[in-house]
Design a protein around this ligand. Sequence first.
Ligand code: CP
Length: 307
Amino acid sequence: MRLDFKGRSFISLNDMDKEELLYLMEKSAEVKAGKHKGFLKEKTVATLFFEPSTRTRLSFETAVLQQGGNVFGFSSSASSSVQKGESLTDTIKTITGYCDAIVMRHKIEGAARRASQAATVPVINAGDGANQHPTQTFLDIFTMMEKKGSLDGKTIGLMGDLKYGRTTHSLLIALSFFKVKLVFISPKELKMPEHYTDFLKTKKIDFEERDLLDQTAASLDFLYCTRIQKERFFDPMEYERVKGSYILDRESISLLGDSTYIMHPLPRVDEISEDVDDDQRAIYFEQAHNGVPVRQALLGLVLGTIK
Ligand code: CP
C-alpha cells in the first residue's frame, strides 16, 4: 500500500504510526538497493544546525547531493543572524522562501515544532534538546531490521544516559510499535524518565530496569549504548563510581550473546573502547552509514519525488 508523506513535517515519533514507519523502512531499503536514482534533482534542502553535529548534518547533505539536489545551511548559530538577536520564527520565515525542505537541530525542546508552524515547507527535526531525534530512530530501526528482520519477539537493551539521551526517547516510541522486550541499563540518576515508562505500560510493552550490565545481557538481540553525560552529575564522585559499569570493552562484551549486536548513535567518548570496533557484533559505523539512504528516502517521500 502506498502512503503519502508529501509536504509533511517530521518532528516526533509520536506523530507516526507503525504502518508509516514500516513504509519508510521499505522505501529506505529500495533506495539503498539503488531502485530510485536522482530523485532530489532540482530540490533544495536547508540544513540549519544551531547545535553541533557530524553525522546528522553531513549524512543529510550527502543524501541530497548524491540524489542530484542542492543543499545550503549553517553548522552553528554563530554564523547566522540569530547572533544579532533574530528570532527562530523570523529565521524560519525567511529560509522557507529559499528551499523545498528544512532540516533543523536546536538545543531547545519543541523548537522543531515551532519551526514547522512558521515554515511553508516541510521541517525535519534533526534533534531538539533532550526531546526527540526521529531520523536517528529511523536509521536505528532500519539497521535493526537489516540485521534481524522483524523486531517482534526481540529483546533490546538501552544502556547509559536514558534520562537526557534523546535518541533513546525516539527509539523507545518506535520500538513500542512492535512486540519487543526492553531492558534499561543505567545509573539511577539517569533512568528512563517516568513519562516514557508510563507510556510503555499503557502500550503493554514488557520492560525491566537494571543498574548494571550483567549476565542477562546474553539474551539481548541488540545493546544500544549511549554516552553517560558527566556534566549532568551533581556529585563527580558518583560519576566516577558508575561510569566504568557502562563502558564496553573486550572484557565486558563477553557478557553479550554471540548474536547481540552493539549499537550506538555516536559520537562516543569513552563508553565503547576502540578495541571493540572490529568485533563482528559492533555495528555502530554501519548504523551511521545507513543514515544516508534512510534520510534520502525520507526526503524523497516528503518532497513527493519517490512513491
Ligand atoms: N547521532 C548523531 O546525532 O550524531 P551527530 O550529533 O554527530 O549528528
